[in-house]
Structure formats: C-alpha cells, structure tokens
Design a protein around this ligand. Structure first.
Ligand code: 2HG
Ligand code: ZN
Length: 478
C-alpha cells in the first residue's frame, strides 16, 4: 500500500488530489513568490480524519504542510518538495453561538467572512478583519497570529482565541474548547498555538471571542505633509474617540499604483506625502463625534492638508478601497518581496525615509512601496525588484539581499522582523537576528517536544540546518 492508498482510506478517494491540474492552486502562494511540489493534497473532513492523515504520514516519514485559505504571504503554507499538503478547507462547521458569553466554536477552515455572516445578524462581531476576509481561514489566522485593521481596538488574533482543538504530530488530539473566561490550569497550550505557523500541530477548531457588532460607522481620509503629522493626528484622535477602530496609512507612490490599477480617481486633489484612514464604529452614529474631533485636531496638529469623510456605506467602502487595494495593485505590477515589519513610533518617520534607500543600496532599480497599520507601527514593505541583471547574482536565493538589508535595518532600530504575517520560510534564516540564542534554543526544544520527527512544516519559523532555505542564519550578535 502506498501513502496515497492509506490517505484514501482515511479521507475517501475524492479528497486525495494527485493530478497536477488539481494540486496546482495549493502549491503556489498568493504572491506567486513561493511555490513547490506537493506529493499530494489531502482534504480531511473531520478532526478524526486529520489525526488519521498525520498518523499515516508519520508512518511513511513524509512531511506535512498544513494549509488554510492559502492567503499567507511568507511561504509558510505551501510545499517545497514532496510534502503532503493538508488542506483544512472542509473543516467549516460553525457551532452554536453563545450570545451570553460572546463566543463560538468554528472549524479551522471557516473563512473570516463566513464567521462575520453567521454572527453579525446576532449583534456580534469577530475582532480581526482584513482585505483577504473571503479566503483567509480562522485556522490560518491563529497559525500566523494575524493582525489586520482592527488591532487598535480589539488586539490581534491571539487575543480573540479562547481555546483550540489541535491534532499533534503523533495523531493525538488536544481539545480545549470550553468557554471558561478564567482558567489557569497548567501551561497555556492554546496561547502557544497562536503564531505557531503549523509547526507544532494542525488546528482543527477554534473557540473565538465575539464583540458587540457596531453597525454605525464613519470613515475619514486625511492627506498629510508627513508621517509625523499622521502620528500626531492618531494620538489626538485616540484620546478623543473611544469608538476609534482603525488607523491605516499609505504614501503617495502606493496610492498612485492603486489609482493606476483600479482606475479610481485620486481621493483628494494633489499629491500628498502621507495619507491616514481612520474609522469609528459604534451603536449610535459616530459621524458627528468624528467630525468634532477632526475639527479640534486640525487646530492642534500642523501638516493636515485636507480631509474627506465617508458617512454612508458606499463612500466608506470607496475610501477603504484606496487602502485595501494596495496588495493587489502591487501584485499587478510584479512579484514583490514582502516584508512585514514593526517599527517603534519614535523611528517611524526616519524609517520611512531610510527604507527605500536601504533597498536601493542592494537593488538600485527596485521600487519600495510602504503602507500599513499606523497604530502598531506595522509597515508592509513591498519591494518590486529592479530589472534583470540588477538583482545580485550571488544571492543564496532571490530576494535575499533585499530581505537581509531591510531586516537588519529594522532590528537596528528596535523593530520586529514579523509584525503580523509570521516568519514562514521567507524569514526563518533571519530568526536569530531578532531572537537570542537562548530564545531560539527554547523554541527548538518546544518544536522537538511537539514534533520530534520534524513532520510538521519543516523549515518554517525555525530554519532547517541543511536543505532548502536552511544553512547558517545571520547571527544576533553580528
Ligand atoms: C494588509 O495589511 C495585509 O493589507 C497585506 O497585511 C499586506 O500586502 C501586504 O504586504
Ligand atoms: Zn496588514
């Protein structure tokens, strides 16, 4: 019996995909930068089937790459060479919503938008949201500890997770889906799963916290002379508006790409160095208090060139489109190197000026587009490489020099090499740049305890010593 035969016995013939025409969409990530070859794609329909898949792969000694909606941006959910891709897309059951506790249990393959559709009619909402909501799955959000557009108000995914059900590498199931708001019994395995990127277990279900659904919303887009002005506006708005939910920023070059790609006109006449999009949400219409706060802030902060406000649904959506269309507009212009970093606010203005230069130092023809989540200093540094022959030919792999230069700059100013997308394969070589030898050793010990045979997502988060993406990592002390 082959591994494929065993897998067919576990999940049924139609859920083991081997035909290249059927496996292709699971083998390349959304950016088209990361792709590999899967031995097969297996689509279990229950926790028991996930356990059976892991047991069969363990016996065969074949590694497993867990995958949700395949919207990851760091190469953490696609195969390299010959792994089994375990898709969670059939694990979509949504349990009964506990409106008193404000909780619900969902299958790991449930998309953000299906969860929203289920709970919003009950007056509740999920705390994490972002542009890929129609494809990104809750299991993927937990695996990457995704952030998104509402972290300012609700925190990231880890803060939304009350419990998980997960299958360990040996096929055993840990299940902690009870709804107790206070429970300190032993180590927090649930917390450990958030951000583990499929390297410790396969998540099959998640119990999430729900918040009151705020249906009344107001959005403003501000054109600013500098990012410092944007930070001053944000600080002033945060202290005036308890309803503030999002504070997103982008720059002139990103906006130009979006307008070119979408055909939208400029939202505000003229070209401005920085744009800040803020959204308030409440049970009562927050428009008046947003306008009042913006009036006060305009008196206080220098450098606000113009403000447009979106009060009704269509105008709010139109303003959001300028921010949310950045990812697709950049991808339409090429295959970017995506670096998702966080910078302390005190260094933000300098970093925004320095990063394009840092990139040009290693790739003179590159275009660097930066946008992101201002409140968390989370910059999405997207680099469209220069023309052929410009990228260093002695790079260990494409994008290495740009990644190395940007991440060294970021660590040098006390920033994080992964704000919300995870480390994946894209950044595992730089883990030791950002974490001490003692921390990495502790992470390796955790990985070895959960997955002693290296079955789950090898090379993700922790670099493999030898093999693709492996080799010695740049060191924290130089
Ligand atoms: C966003 O904030 C996502 O829109 C994607 O995190 C960021 O495309 C990116 O670099
Ligand atoms: Zn983001």
């Amino acid at each position: 019996m082959t591994l494929e035969d065993d897998l067919r016995t576990v999940v049924g013939d139609q859920h083991v995909l081997v035909d290249p025409g059927l496996t292709a969409s699971y083998e390349t990530d959304w950016t088209r930068r990361f792709s590999g070859r899967a031995r097969c794609v297996v689509r279990p329909g229950s926790t028991g089937e996930v356990a059976g898949v892991l047991r069969a792969c363990g016996v065969a000694g074949v590694a497993v790459v867990p995958q949700g909606g395949n919207t990851g941006l760091v190469g953490g959910g696609v195969p390299v060479d010959g792994e089994v891709v375990l898709s969670t897309l059939r694990l979509v059951e949504i349990g009964e919503v506990d409106v008193v506790a404000g909780q619900v249990t969902v299958g790991a393959g449930t998309t953000v938008s299906s969860l929203q559709k289920r709970v919003r009619p009950l007056g509740l909402d999920f705390g994490v949201d972002f542009a890929a909501r129609d494809s990104a799955t809750i299991g993927g959000l937990v695996a990457t500890n995704a952030g998104g557009e509402n972290v300012l108000r609700y925190g990231g995914t880890r803060q939304q997770v009350i419990g998980v059900e997960a299958v360990l590498a040996d096929g055993s199931v840990v299940s902690r889906l009870e709804a107790l708001p206070k429970d300190n019994t032993g180590y927090d395995l649930t917390g450990l799963m958030s951000g583990s990127e499929g390297t410790l277990a396969v998540l099959t279900a998640v119990r999430v916290r729900l918040w009151p659904a705020y249906t009344k919303r107001s959005v403003a887009l501000l054109a600013l002379d500098s990012t410092s002005a944007a930070l001053a506006v944000l600080a002033a708005l945060r202290s005036r508006l308890t309803t503030l939910e999002s504070a997103e920023f982008f720059l002139a070059d990103g906006l130009a790409l979006v307008c070119e790609h979408t055909g939208l006109p400029a939202p505000i006449p003229g070209e401005h160095p920085a744009y800040l999009l803020v959204e308030c949400a409440a049970t009562q219409d927050p428009n008046e208090e947003l306008l009042e706060a913006l009036g006060e802030v305009s008196e206080l902060v220098d450098g606000i060139a113009d403000i447009v406000v979106g009060e009704d649904g269509p105008s709010r959506e139109r303003l959001w489109r300028y921010r949310e269309a950045h990812t697709e507009s950049i991808s339409a212009a090429g295959v970017p190197v995506k670096l998702d970093v966080a910078i302390p606010h005190a260094h933000l203005e300098a970093a925004l000026a320095a990063l394009p230069e840092v990139v040009r130092g290693v790739d003179p023809g590159a275009r660097t587009i930066i946008f992101g989540h201002l409140n968390e200093g989370n910059l999405h540094v997207n680099v469209l490489p220069g023309g052929a022959g410009v990228v260093k030919t002695d790079e260990p792999h494409e994008g290495y020099a740009v990644t190395d230069a940007v991440l060294r700059y970021v660590v040098g100013v006390g920033g994080s090499i992964s704000a919300e997308h995870g480390i994946g394969r894209a950044k595992s070589e730089w883990l030791t740049l950002a974490r001490s030898a003692a921390e990495v050793a502790a992470m390796r010990a955790i990985k070895d305890a959960f997955d002693p045979h290296g079955l789950l997502n090898p090379g993700v988060v922790l670099p493999v010593a030898d093999g693709p993406g492996g080799g010695p990592s740049p060191s924290i002390d130089g």
